[in-house]
Every structure is written in structure tokens, then in C-alpha cells.
Write a protein that binds this ligand. Structure first.
Ligand code: AMP
Length: 200
């Protein structure tokens, strides 16, 4: 059974390690890792109507329309809510999305325990994403698109830092260490808020 499950949001620029750390955090707490980018890429791969509509936007590194992303992500948030927890990764990504998520959460009596902000200087982001681009199949990890995605983050997503700071749920984590160091920093911060379920 177990008690309360973690509800967290990963926030940070592209290349800050949100995906990797979000997966680890979700596994530690036994909750689903809900990545809007993964979900959208799966739609593109599967050639769904949504995927066909979104493909060019994803390739350019621009944001998908709020209404569309809200619809697919809020559905996901409510589905695993049967077990009460999740780690959201890549959503909300605009203040409009955050407001929609907050309204829905309030109606369902749920709030985030923590918003994990991974902080990393822009020069390191470029470096990391360029390396990832050489390894991954992602169409948006090319040098020009990487630069653009960082700008999109600064323009549209970074206002969420203040939004969540004002709500007193922001956990700022130094994202510059090794993967294991960053994981340790996140765990030590979050374990105080909500200890992970004990393994039987
Ligand atoms: P990510 O894997 O989180 O880097 O997302 C990859 C791409 O998916 C982004 O560059 C956007 O085109 C799209 N995307 C992911 N999440 C969102 C979102 N919450 N709102 C709008 N577009 C999104």
C-alpha cells in the first residue's frame, strides 16, 4: 500500500539533465515519469494525427500549442493519479500551461511536493547537447536548433522559476556535477519533503 506518493516537476533548460534525473527520481519513488517530449516524439514516430501536426514544430525546436500539450499531459497526470504520484518532465513549460495545470490540480485536491530546478550555465548546455546530438537520434539536437531551444527556454519557460518560487515549492539544484552527484543532491533535498517508499 504505502502512503503519499511523490508529485514533482523537473524544470531546467534543454540539456540540464531533466530526462535522466526525472527517470531516476520517478524510479526511486515508484511513480511514473511523464515526459511531454517523449510523448510527443512517440506520436511523431507512430505517425498519429497529432504527431503529423507536431513534427515540424518539434524539428524547429519551437513549442507545441499550449491547448494541445495541456490536453495530452493533463490526461496523463490524472491517469496515474490512481496511485497518487508522478514526475513530470518538460510540462508545464509556459506560464499558461502552469496555470492550467494548477487549476486542474486544485480541482482534484493535489499539488506538487517539489519543483526541481536544475541549474547549469549556458556554455555547458551547448557542449552537452552537442555531444548528445552526436549520439542520439533526436532531430532537434543540431547546433542551430540547440541554440534556438535555449532561447525558447529563456523566453517562455524560465518565467516559471519565479512562478514556482512564489508558491514556495522550488528546489534549486546545482546541475553541473556528474549524473550521480546531481542525483544525490536531488535525493538528499527531496527525502526531507517526502521519503521514498521503503522496499519490502
Ligand atoms: P524535450 O524532450 O522536453 O526537450 O521536448 C522536445 C520538444 O517537444 C520541445 O522542443 C517542444 O517542441 C516539444 N515540447 C515538449 N514539451 C512541451 C510543452 N510542455 N509545451 C510545448 N512543447 C513541448
Amino acid at each position: 500500500m504505502g502512503g503519499e506518493r511523490l508529485r514533482a516537476l523537473m524544470l531546467g533548460p534543454p540539456g540540464s539533465g531533466k530526462g535522466t534525473q526525472g527517470q531516476r527520481l520517478a524510479a526511486r519513488h515508484g511513480v511514473p515519469h511523464l515526459s511531454s517530449g517523449e510523448l510527443l516524439r512517440a506520436h511523431v514516430r507512430d505517425g498519429t494525427v497529432l504527431g503529423q501536426a507536431a513534427a515540424d514544430t518539434l524539428r524547429r525546436g519551437d513549442l507545441i500549442a499550449d491547448d494541445l500539450v495541456n490536453r495530452i499531459m493533463l490526461e496523463q497526470v490524472l491517469a496515474p493519479n490512481a496511485i497518487g504520484g508522478f514526475v513530470l518532465d518538460g510540462f508545464p513549460r509556459t506560464v499558461a500551461q502552469a496555470t492550467a495545470a494548477y487549476d486542474l490540480a486544485r480541482r482534484h485536491g493535489i499539488t506538487f511536493h517539489a519543483v526541481v530546478l536544475l541549474e547549469i550555465p549556458p556554455e555547458q548546455l551547448l557542449e552537452r547537447l552537442t555531444v548528445r546530438g552526436q549520439l542520439s537520434q533526436r532531430v532537434d539536437d543540431t547546433p542551430a536548433t540547440i541554440r534556438h531551444r535555449i532561447d525558447v527556454y529563456l523566453d517562455h519557460t524560465s518565467p516559471l522559476i519565479d512562478y514556482y518560487r512564489q508558491r514556495d515549492v522550488l528546489e534549486q539544484i546545482d546541475g553541473t556535477g556528474t549524473i550521480d552527484e546531481v542525483t544525490a543532491a536531488i535525493n538528499s533535498r527531496l527525502d526531507h519533503l517526502l521519503p521514498p517508499p521503503t522496499v519490502p
